[in-house]
Design a protein around this ligand. Structure first.
Ligand code: KIV
Ligand code: ZN
Length: 506
């Protein structure tokens, strides 16, 4: 059976999603989890686009050894040179060069002729080829380009050394039959096509990214570019978990295999959601909270009798833990460690002790500590940004009489104790105003949301916020059984990210 190459672009196209910026440590953590997932290629970033991207691509190239590490570059000499500088230390480096191909882009954006584009594409692939054998080329907006011109470009870049030719549906315009026809046309009309892998890269503007990618696989494409949870520019990219699980579930139709360890899917989906701050919709295929829960009595009856009646995938195949064991305040360190292992976490003794202390505190407040609570503990306690200001304590008074008031005590960068108080229109407003008086970094709150991690009155509340400063968005998260405390933690988390970025930029 043919092998389908899974090219993950969560850290590049995924990170292009509005408000989804990740810091360098978060990118490395996701890259490591993608390696565990077994993806073949990680597109780690676009080095020329910012110094931060350059650094994170270099770090991932040095640290993550099994997959190919790919760096994106425009068809421009400086871009290609910078992408190579960033990725050259990878065990398996790849350069990915892209250039617009459609008349719409040529006429209105690049103001170049087809002949000029063809020459640039060939020259820039040849330049990349001087650095590495593994060169990918993408004619951007391919699905809105005249097919005959696509065949010409593809042939020219393969001739210049491209080993992968990627056909992007950049604006998510294609429908499956049409996109499949384009891929089939490439195989039929490009004379040297057997010297390269045909790849596809589909966007989800019409909700067809996965369907288009799969149709392309049926027509011979052997690399699919996708992202975890389908995040990405605008409506996002083809979702990795949906592509992989369709191929696995419908082997009868696709007759290709992937190297993905599907048991890691749920975990990487949670990680990406936590770090980007993009929640996964409950009805999302494969990884949504309701993807395997049966509400209707008839369905429940069927599943109890024989799961296959209403379940086409065993949830354990994608690593959704069978939550047989619920922990409580009598649970010891051993049971806690066992549950963590079942959820796929292996912690150092030091991290285990920290997480166990938080678990015990929570178990004192909550009767049952569920898997989601444990995941929340790990996310909050073990993934803290290095703090410039530490939240020591808060006191808030509010109600429908009187003015909401908050007092806050922080520990500052030199260990100094800082305290202040403020009034606000509500408790969170008062709290954030008090923190602002102490930290003094101008910013605008652009998003604030609270959700409960589990059911019940004693559930942990998770607060997600986004703040904007000088055109950059910073995400902050906080969790606590008290949502006001969670709000304070989320705000401090976002402010500390902002301050850390400012410090790194000098
Ligand atoms: O959508 C697109 O065309 C891209 C290219 C850079 C491959 O992301
Ligand atoms: Zn894209």
């Amino acid at each position: 059976m043919d092998r389908l190459i899974i090219f993950d672009t969560t850290l590049r196209d995924g990170e292009q999603a509005a408000g989804g910026a990740l810091n360098i440590n978060e990118k490395l953590e996701i890259a490591r989890q993608l390696e565990r997932l077994g993806v073949d290629v990680i597109e780690a970033g676009f080095p020329f686009s910012s110094p931060g991207d350059f650094k994170s691509v270099s770090l991932i190239a040095r640290e993550v050894k099994n997959p190919v590490i790919c760096a994106l570059a425009r068809a421009h000499p400086d871009d290609i040179d910078s992408a190579w500088e960033a990725v050259k230390q990878a065990k398996h480096p790849r350069l990915h060069v892209f250039l617009s191909a459609s008349d719409i882009h040529l006429m209105y954006q690049l103001r170049k002729s087809r002949e000029q584009i063809l020459k640039t594409a060939r020259d820039m692939v040849a330049r990349a080829k001087q650095y590495t054998d593994d060169v990918e080329f993408s004619p951007m907006d391919a699905s809105r380009t005249e097919p005959g011109y696509i065949y010409q470009i593809v042939e020219a870049v393969i001739d210049a050394g491209a080993t992968t030719v990627n056909i992007p549906d950049t604006v998510g315009y294609a429908i499956p039959s049409e996109f499949g026809k384009l891929i089939r046309g490439i195989f039929q009309n490009v004379s040297n096509i057997n010297q390269a892998v045909v790849s596809v890269h589909c966007h989800d503007d019409l909700g067809l990214a996965v369907a288009n990618s799969l149709e392309a696989v049926r027509r011979g494409a052997r690399q699919v570019e996708c992202t975890i949870n389908g995040i990405g520019e605008r409506a996002g990219n083809a979702s990795l978990e949906e592509v992989v699980m369709t191929i696995k579930t419908r082997q009868d139709l696709f007759k290709v295999t992937t190297g993905i360890n599907t048991k890691q899917i749920y975990r990487v989906s949670r990680l990406v959601s936590e770090l980007t701050g993009f929640p996964v919709q409950p009805n999302k295929a494969i990884v949504g909270a309701n993807a395997f829960s049966h509400e209707s009595g008839i369905h429940q009856d069927g599943v109890i009798k024989m799961p296959i009646t209403y379940e086409i995938i065993d949830p354990r195949t994608v690593g959704i833990p069978a939550s047989s064991l619920v922990l409580g305040k009598l649970s010891g360190r051993h049971a806690f460690r066992e549950r963590l292992a079942e959820l796929g976490y292996s912690l150092s003794e030091e991290d285990l002790s920290r997480a166990f202390t938080v678990f015990k505190k929570l178990a004192d407040k909550k009767k049952e500590v569920t898997d989601r609570d444990i995941e929340s503990i790990i996310a909050q306690e073990l993934r803290t940004v290095s703090e410039v200001y530490h939240l020591d304590c808060i006191q808030v008074s509010c109600g429908d009489r009187g003015i909401p008031t908050a007092s806050v005590r922080l520990i500052g960068p030199e260990g100094q104790v800082l305290a202040d108080a403020a009034l606000g229109t509500g408790p969170v407003d008062a709290l954030y105003r008090a923190i602002n008086r102490l930290v003094g970094v101008p910013n605008v709150l652009t998003e604030f949301s609270v959700k409960s991690v589990t059911e019940g009155i004693d559930a942990i509340g998770e607060v997600l916020i986004r703040i904007e400063s000088k055109g950059v968005t910073y995400t902050g998260r906080g969790a606590d059984t008290d949502v006001i405390v969670a709000s304070a933690k989320a705000y401090m988390n976002a402010l500390n990210r902002l301050l850390a970025t400012k410090k790194a930029a000098g």
